[in-house]
Design a protein around this ligand. Structure first.
Ligand code: PLP
Length: 402
């Protein structure tokens, strides 16, 4: 098929590497290979019962029609109450819009603001979709490498150096996929001072992993440290990760009225409102009992501790303890240059990942996908037994290298 049928902005982007890795693992499993899949980027729990019941009740009450584009009043009230209660942020109803997942919120936010050639600062390691969303919006991703030594976080000096007259956005994801790194209030204050000198820069905070953190504290928000940024910040969040609701597709944005209004206009002419039944479920999630969140975080923490301890005993691998999210971003520099039993040299993290998959059937995602190598991402959103089996196999594969 001729690629010229596809618009250039779409030809610039590639399928999600984590989806491709999961597809490859599933394909090998279909061929009868024993695969330990540590690729998954979603909770392995079921959506809590009270949330499912709220969805069923909504369906049975006939809430099956179009809703307001921005989302039902009930859902937006629940979002406003959540932002006030948990983040100390006050938003009016017309400053909030519900979207079909945080993913579409981020993409749509770029669509309404990015002109050809506008730059979007993305600290790396980053969530795989950010650069491609920018490219698909005719923008230019400006990737800032944030090494392990600085906790995988952008420093004020790096931010200052990356800003140009063309900078449109800074994207902050905390806790981050794939590193779990989380900014402190002091770090936000320092970034806020740099941003204060550049009023043309908008800020997007992707807070999707906000609740999945292991120190028992609330995740700080940039706007708590730098409230003056409120009129140029879009707060992006959703229910996918916190409430094990990835399939329900509810995200949301809170921000200044002009940006939210533009999102409303774009989405009203493209996707339309998000699923009415899912909106009822999301409102129940935000308003209801939060016990599931604490329980699931305790389980993630147990898995993080156990897996981290195992990985850090494997020669050639090391991993910084993630503050949150449900991934380990494992440094594999110690394996680069080693040779497999088949005589192949591991030249980069992609080779390491391929070797783990083919030799011992462990599926993980190469650091190249996240913009900082040599690393690989291992998801802990799976049972302790599977994680232990995965670590045992990784140790075996590493021991066979020369
Ligand atoms: N942001 C980050 C950092 C993510 O890792 C993901 C999902 O993997 C999303 C956003 C997308 O969330 P949603 O399911 O709400 O679209």
């Amino acid at each position: 098929m001729s690629s010229s049928r596809i618009a250039e902005r779409v030809r610039r982007i590639k399928p999600s590497p984590s989806t491709s890795a999961a597809d490859r693992a599933n394909e090998l499993r279909r061929q009868g290979k024993s695969i330990v899949n540590l690729v998954v980027g979603e909770p392995d729990f079921d959506t809590p019962v009270h949330i499912r019941e709220a969805a069923a009740a909504a369906m049975n009450k006939g809430q099956t029609r179009y809703t307001l584009m921005a989302g039902t009043v009930e859902l937006r009230q629940a979002i406003a109450a959540k932002l006030e209660r948990e983040n100390g942020l006050t938003y009016a109803m017309n400053e909030i819009i519900a979207t079909s997942g945080a993913k579409s919120a981020i993409y749509s936010a770029f669509s309404i603001t990015v002109e050809r050639g506008d730059e979007v600062i993305i600290p790396a390691p980053y969530w795989v979709s950010y650069p491609d969303m920018v490219l698909a919006s005719d923008g230019t991703p400006v990737i800032v490498a944030c090494p392990e030594a600085s906790g995988f976080k952008i420093t004020p000096a790096q931010l200052a150096a990356a800003i140009t007259p063309k900078t449109r956005w800074l994207l902050i994801n905390s806790p981050a996929n794939p590193t779990g790194a989380s900014y402190t209030l002091d770090e936000y204050r320092a970034l806020g001072e740099v941003l204060a000198r550049h009023p043309q820069v908008l800020v997007m905070t992707d807070d999707i992993y906000e609740h999945i953190r292991f120190d028992g504290r609330r995740t700080p928000h940039l706007l708590q440290a730098a409230p003056a940024l409120r009129d140029r910040t879009l707060v992006v969040n959703g229910v996918s990760k916190t409430y094990a609701m990835t399939g329900w597709r509810i995200g949301y944005v809170a921000g200044p009225r002009d940006l939210v209004q533009a999102l409303d206009t774009l989405l009203s002419q493209s996707t339309g409102n998000c699923c009415s039944i899912s909106q009822a479920a999301a409102a129940a999630a935000l308003n209801g009992d939060q016990g599931f969140v604490a329980d699931s975080v305790a389980i993630y923490k147990q898995r993080r501790d156990a897996t981290l301890a195992r990985i850090n005993t494997i020669p050639g691998l090391s991993c910084r303890s993630p503050d949150g999210a449900f991934y380990l971003y494992i440094n594999c520099a110690g394996l680069i240059g080693k040779t497999t039993p088949e005589g192949k040299t591991l030249n980069e993290d992609g080779d390491v990942v391929m070797y783990l998959l083919e030799s011992v059937g462990v599926a993980v995602v190469a650091g190249t996908a996240y913009g900082l190598s040599p690393y690989f991402r291992l998801s802990i959103a799976t049972s302790l037994e599977i994680l232990e089996e995965g670590c045992t196999r990784i140790a075996r594969a590493v021991a066979a290298l020369r």
